[in-house]
Design a protein around this ligand. Structure first.
Ligand code: MCN
Length: 783
């Protein structure tokens, strides 16, 4: 390999994504493309009521349909379940975890709750037949707002619990009471994190092929978590884990929504067993809005205690988190993923956090890009701006007075930030945006009473990702570990296979993993085949979420490469007839004092095994299971510039600068793409998207016509830059990037909106800052 090729494919090189050719040329393997002779298609009958007693379900009229094979309500499938659908994270010992089965028994608890299922010989027939199922519902009162759900006399989501409270979780550090009592200034803010609906390009789908005689099942699913799905579904359906193979083929995005184990997967497995036939289900988009998890849904109260000079001494936070009607895989844990971060990147001393989860008659919430950290970042970054206004200090200056500057830094909430340089990213962001000039323009516009105000909003964030040290996950009562695996198999003919426990669904692992192997072992990127997402090919894995894949799975791959090098070096010394200490390895070539041998040649030697050192196992293959010693802590400074039309309430994002520090960058093109995608979702949260329920629990934004996903035309040109502080906790120095954009940007945009209107007296606007909301906020102060 020439030095130039080496450079073009090493860690840090902007290699184009090798997975894109298949994706863009219609050759991808989507679950919905699968099927075969004898397949039956499922249609799910869903409750139109948010809360109803199911008096009777009559499937007979559906069975009369010529193409219908079978149909069941909950009681018809009851003996298929060995357990309920899983929740893997019950944060306290007394967390209320109600039973959750694939079909609702007796009571429907949210609009879209599954009540019956029909199996037909075509998808069209299944959809027709669900209309024929007769359900006798008695509509009951519903509660959709988490605060209302905790009020006395609220309708109960689960009668047997006697309360809508799911759990209360607290974290206290330092003498918070004293710090507040001694504070020269206190700000107290209340923010709302509206509910969001994830919108992956590919809706959910599942296809199950049984081998009845062997009791074996293969499930293809649009999942981010094939390994977790196998472990948990084997418990739900009672199929021994060894007989269940789960495959996540090409998956068209997830953003957290496919980090879950869903009723339809369990139904497909159970019905494949019942009928002995392949079973398939594909979600309709509007069906997904009701039955795939939602994100966010928090009411936040945050207080900052500060000195007269603006040194923040303590943070006190109370969160009310909407769980929805049931606990999905990690529902109660999501708000806690932000629990350590409400102090932001500031050196605070006292920390008090309390989170209560509440059930409502709505679609369950769960992980959505950022999961807990956008919420925390939003609260602290908006509160810091509120403090700056109260003190009459520039928000840049106030941040600088409080930055953490010594690393590793153990923060008040108890975790340790690995590394960072918050001034560096802020400096870079301010320079790129031209901060001083923008403040001048803002002043000029105000002086000439331009109805279009200019707003400048900052978000200097730090987040924790790369989930996670297994021992910490255990301590916070998460049911699984945080390790991941990689295997490198050097094939005898000069290519190699990588088996990874991560499960990419848009993040480009095939490319970045190939770069790591290229960098360490000298293969060209195209000589590396990355296999993933199949529990029979890669039995051990913890999958993709929490921006963990590079910082955990990629680091496992690095260590596997080191094991390959170690074995190859011994073999090289044997082949070259020299002492091992005399062999130098440089990217796939082993140099002795007088000759050299390549890794590819050694792979062939190891395969023929004709002449190996005594005791050496044939083959050149290594596996590493890596459990990270810490989270990874990306950080950065984002600046949004908005123009707010005080006559119409319209907000336009004029510019957006994001300077992120994600440690060592493996592939700058992919990192930029990840940041841009996250920014789009964060700006969408700030300005466009909101799941709205009416008081009866009907989802008012149940289609893409009413739920406003912005298009590229609605978003600004992203101006990206980076600073780089390598993580000292892993040998690659990497930190995660998959969620940074979504974490930082809602706060930057909303700080900009409020900054534009602060001189007019507006100090808060709820997200999304729609023209109507902005206009109403202005009307209120005008009156
Ligand atoms: N990377 C890099 N250098 C770094 C950090 C990351 O080159 N310092 C590369 C990685 O090698 C990988 C990609 O960037 O190719 C993202 O890496 P990482 O930050 O480890 O995140 P994950 O791969 O674990 O992806 C999960 C993350 C999450 S949690 C959500 S949500 C999300 C996201 O990724 N959902 C996505 N990005 C998405 N992108 C697409 N297209 N679709 C989704 O559903």
């Amino acid at each position: 390999m020439s030095a130039q090729v080496e450079q073009r494919e090493a860690i840090g090189a902007p290699v184009r994504r090798k997975e894109d050719a298949t994706l863009l040329q219609g050759q991808a393997q989507w679950v919905d493309n699968m099927g075969g002779p004898g397949t039956v298609y499922l249609g799910v009958v869903r409750s139109p009521y948010a809360h109803a007693r199911i008096r009777n379900v009559n499937v007979e009229p559906a069975l009369a349909h010529a193409e219908v094979v079978a149909a069941w309500a909950a009681d018809g499938l009851e003996d298929e379940w060995s357990g309920g659908l899983p929740c893997a994270w019950l944060p306290t010992e007394d967390t209320n975890a109600p039973a959750h089965y694939p079909l609702a028994r007796n009571i429907a608890r949210h609009a879209g709750d599954a009540v019956a299922v029909v199996a037909a010989t075509s998808r069209a027939a299944a959809e027709d037949a669900i209309e024929l199922v007769e359900v006798d519902y008695e509509s009951l009162d519903a509660v959709v707002d988490p605060e209302a759900a905790l009020a006395d006399g609220a309708p109960l989501v689960h009668d047997e619990l006697g309360t809508n409270r799911c759990f209360t979780w607290t974290l206290e550090a330092g003498d918070v009471e004293r710090l507040f009592a001694e504070a020269a200034v206190i700000v107290k803010e209340r923010y709302r994190q509206q509910r969001l609906i994830p919108n992956a390009i590919e809706p959910r789908a599942v296809y199950v092929q049984p081998v009845p005689a062997a009791g074996e099942y293969t499930m293809w699913s649009t999942t981010q978590v094939p390994h977790i799905a196998r472990v948990t579904l084997s418990g739900v359906v009672g199929i021994p884990e060894a007989k269940l193979r789960v495959i996540a083929p090409d998956v068209g995005g997830g953003f957290g929504s496919k980090l879950n184990v869903y009723a339809e997967e369990a139904l497909a497995l159970a019905i494949a067993r019942r009928l002995g036939r392949p079973v398939k289900w594909t979600e309709a988009r509007s069906e997904g809005y009701l039955s795939t998890i939602h994100g966010r849904d928090q009411i936040q109260e945050i207080e900052l205690a500060a000195t007269a000079e603006g040194r923040i001494t303590a943070v006190r936070v109370r969160i009310l988190a909407g769980m929805g009607a049931y606990l999905q895989l990690v529902t109660p844990g999501v708000p806690l993923l932000g629990a350590w971060l409400f102090g932001g990147c500031y050196a605070v001393e006292g920390y008090s956090f309390e989170c209560t989860g509440a059930f409502t008659h709505t679609t369950p919430t769960d992980a959505y890009r950022g999961a807990g950290r956008p919420e925390a970042t939003y609260a602290i970054e908006r509160a810091v701006d509120a403090l700056a206004r109260k003190l009459g200090v520039d928000p840049v200056e106030l941040r600088r007075r409080n930055f953490i500057r010594e690393f590793p830094a153990t923060i008040a909430s108890g975790l340790t930030i690995d590394s960072g340089d918050y001034d560096a990213s802020l400096d870079a962001a301010l320079e790129k945006i031209g901060y001083a000039e923008l403040r001048d323009e803002q002043r000029e516009r105000r002086e000439r009473n331009d109805p279009k105000r200019l707003g400048i909003g900052l978000s200097t964030y730090v987040e924790m990702c790369g989930l996670a040290p297994s021992a910490i996950l255990g301590a916070i009562r998460y049911s699984a570990g945080g390790w991941d695996t990689a295997t490198i198999r050097c094939l005898p003919t000069g290519t190699c296979q990588v088996l990874t426990g991560t499960s990419p669904h848009g993040q480009g692992h095939e490319t970045t993993w190939s770069q790591i192997v290229s960098d360490r072992l000298g293969y060209q990127v195209d000589e590396v085949e990355v296999l993933h997402g199949d529990t029979s090919v890669v039995p051990l894995g913890m999958d993709t979420y929490g921006s963990r894949s590079l910082a955990v799975g990629g680091v496992a791959l690095y260590h596997a490469a080191e094991k390959i090098v170690a074995k190859a070096k011994t073999l090289a010394a044997h082949v070259l007839g020299v002492d091992e200490a005399q062999v130098d390895h440089v990217r796939g070539t082993f140099h002795g004092p007088e000759g050299a041998v390549t890794l590819k040649e050694l792979a062939l030697q190891a395969w023929t095994a004709h002449n190996l050192p005594d005791g050496m196992e044939p083959g050149l293959e290594a596996t590493y299971v890596y459990d990270p010693p810490n989270f990874s802590w990306p950080a950065g400074a984002h600046v949004a510039v908005v123009e707010v039309d005080t006559e119409s309430g319209d907000v336009q994002v004029l510019r957006y600068v994001a300077v992120d520090d994600v440690g060592t960058v493996v592939n700058p093109l992919i990192v930029d793409g990840q940041v841009m995608g996250g920014l789009a979702q964060g700006v969408a949260q700030a300005l466009y998207e909101e799941a709205i329920y009416d008081d009866g629990g009907n989802l008012q934004t149940a289609t893409m016509a009413t739920y406003l996903v912005p298009s590229a035309a609605d978003l600004p040109e992203w101006e990206l830059d980076r600073t780089e502080t390598a993580s000292p906790t892993n040998p690659l120095g990497v930190k995660g990037v998959g969620e940074t954009g979504a974490i930082a940007s809602p706060a930057a945009v909303m700080n900009a909106v409020v900054d534009a209107l602060a001189a007019d007296g507006v100090t808060d606007v709820d997200m999304p800052a729609t023209p109507e909301r902005v206009w109403r906020a202005l009307e209120e102060v005008r009156r």
